[in-house]
Design a protein around this ligand. Structure first.
Ligand SMILES: Nc1ncnc2c1ncn2[C@@H]1O[C@H](COP(=O)(O)OP(=O)(O)OP(=O)(O)O)[C@@H](O)[C@H]1O
Length: 512
């Protein structure tokens, strides 16, 4: 498969909210509907184009800094200054060659309307319109339909930069370009969002609704460009959040929604009392009672509706809530060191019994799995008791694994809803949109940060290869003189980490 990754990728920068936006009206805000306001796409491109007036008196249609690659001098300093100037004029999008850089405006801009979207349909020359995510989507769609090659768009940036919002705009634009009828696949994707967000998002210090997983949404098209269906893959779910949250951060949204939205009968059924009674929720320092708001209750109602729309039945919903409650109860299992030796012993057997009933594993088995481990040496099985520290680790590992499986199960259900109909053509083309965390560097970094940063290094390595190395090789092969571009090659670092990973995988396989 040819991956058209970086030529049409989007990168994000984030500028602090405090940065006061200039009052200057931007070109894109200057788009005003003169007549036929709200005109439907069915009116055709030309009609819509005529209906939009650019306020040229305020700003020109396009600006020389629309594509920073065309500047004579390119240093990091110049790039940042130019983008900052554009940002102050509320020009949040900038091309740098084939890459689109977006800066989060942290406020609603009038640039995502249907007429604006139609303006960026079948764009003949990219520089005839200001940079826009719709323009990038149009370029990708064209490559797909004209070159008949699958496409992939990578959206990366730090937390809160606006990746998920951009991914939504991009997917919506693809669906409009493919003339997908309103209420079709876009509605299904919209209905799946509350589920994904409830399970995969959480409040962090950077973003109140931060995606704590990487999402790859693949849109499936016929070779003529008609949209047939979609599929979602998820990576790197931040499972550790289930059992521990940094100060000022919360667990995944679903736990709080559950407490806000369950009926008293359901509280009884799942053995719940209130969020403040559960260790996985009550250590974040928040006053949990203030989270039991009407908004949270409404979100839980919406979550339940989405479950139904996606195709989960009442039993599924019950199983899901049972497993979520089990995760919380698992976190409440406590150990002490037994009196006569240094091994862990459960002190609240009633909680263990509750969990065992919920996950349908006999209590003795669950107890033994948490407090002991079996190693097999030369065919002989030896049981070793764990100490309190390792039993606690094992308990948390169980909670994390259960939550991750639940998330996977929900995503599978969503994929079932989004999949192409049975009579769809087999010969298809795909456009992938990858919404992945950028580099992370916190005061306390865990294994997850290592994995996220390694994934980003791999992407950077692909970018280097694609943009610098292969391009320069092509010039050299064709005998074209050029000035060699110097870049920091991260290949040795990536190789080092991947070798370690391969070795680990090898050891694990041999061990098995
Ligand atoms: N194009 C935009 N216009 C207006 N507001 C935006 C835009 N993009 C993002 N925002 C605002 O920024 C917030 C954070 O955006 P988003 O959740 O997409 O960030 P993210 O990069 O996906 O973060 P994370 O990696 O933490 O999930 C949004 O809730 C929204 O308020």
């Amino acid at each position: 498969m040819v991956i058209h990754v970086f030529p049409q990728s989007t990168r994000h920068l984030s500028i602090s909210k405090e940065d006061k936006l200039g009052e200057a009206q931007t070109l894109l805000q200057g788009m005003q509907l003169t007549k036929g306001e709200g005109g439907s796409p069915a009116q055709g491109d030309q009609t819509v184009r005529r209906n939009i007036t650019f306020d040229k008196a305020i700003l020109p249609l396009t600006s020389p800094t629309d594509d920073l690659a065309s500047l004579p001098d390119l240093t990091e300093d110049i790039l940042l200054k130019e983008m900052h100037k554009r940002y102050k004029r509320q020009q949040i999008y900038t091309y740098i060659g084939e890459i689109l850089v977006a800066i989060n405006p942290f406020k609603e801009l009038q640039i995502y309307s249907i007429p604006a979207s139609m303006l960026y349909k079948n764009v003949v020359a990219r520089n005839s319109l200001p940079p826009h995510i719709y323009g990038t989507a149009d370029a990708i769609y064209h490559s797909l339909v004209m070159e008949k090659l699958p496409q992939c768009c990578v959206i990366s940036g730090e937390s809160g930069a606006g990746k998920t919002e951009s991914a939504k705009y991009m997917v919506n634009q693809f669906l409009r370009l493919a003339d997908c009828e309103e209420g079709g696949l876009n509605l299904k994707i919209e209905q799946a969002n509350p589920l994904l967000e409830a399970f995969g998002n959480a409040q962090t210090t950077m973003n109140n609704n931060s995606s704590r997983f990487a999402k790859y949404l693949e849109l499936i098209f016929s070779r003529e460009g008609r949209v047939l269906g979609a599929g979602i893959s998820h990576y790197l779910l931040e499972k550790s959040r289930v059992v521990y949250q940094n100060p000022g951060e919360r667990n995944f949204h679903i736990f709080y929604l559950m407490f806000a939205g369950l009926s008293p009968d359901e509280y009884n059924l799942y053995g719940l009392q209130g969020p403040q009674y559960h260790r996985y929720l009550n250590r974040s320092g928040f006053d949990l009672r203030t989270m039991m708001t009407q908004t949270a209750k409404d979100k839980m109602d919406k979550f339940r509706q989405s479950l139904q729309t996606v195709g989960f039945n009442k039993d599924d919903e019950d199983n899901l809530l049972t497993c979520l409650s089990a995760v919380l109860h698992i976190g409440d299992i406590q150990f002490i060191t037994s009196a006569n030796n240094d091994v862990a012993q459960i002190i609240n057997m009633e909680v263990l019994n509750k969990v065992s009933e919920m996950i349908q594993v006999p209590s003795e088995e669950l107890d033994s799995a948490l407090t002991s481990e079996i190693t097999v040496t030369r065919g002989e099985a030896i049981r070793r008791q764990r100490d309190v520290y390792h039993a606690g680790d094992c308990r948390d590992a169980l909670a994390k694994a259960l939550y991750a499986r639940l998330f996977g199960w929900v995503v599978n259900g969503i994929n079932h809803l989004l999949q192409p109909l049975e009579d769809s053509p087999e010969d298809t083309l795909e456009v992938g949109v990858l919404d992945i965390f950028g580099f992370e560097d916190f005061s306390r970094n865990s294994f997850e940060q290592l994995c996220i940063n390694l994934a980003n290094e791999q992407l950077q390595n692909f970018f280097n290869k694609h943009v610098f190395q292969q391009e320069q090789e092509a010039y050299q092969t064709e005998g074209v003189t050029m000035e060699l571009v110097r870049f920091v090659d991260n290949k040795p670092t990536v190789d080092l980490f991947l070798q370690v990973r391969n070795l680990l995988v090898h050891h694990i396989k041999v061990g098995l």
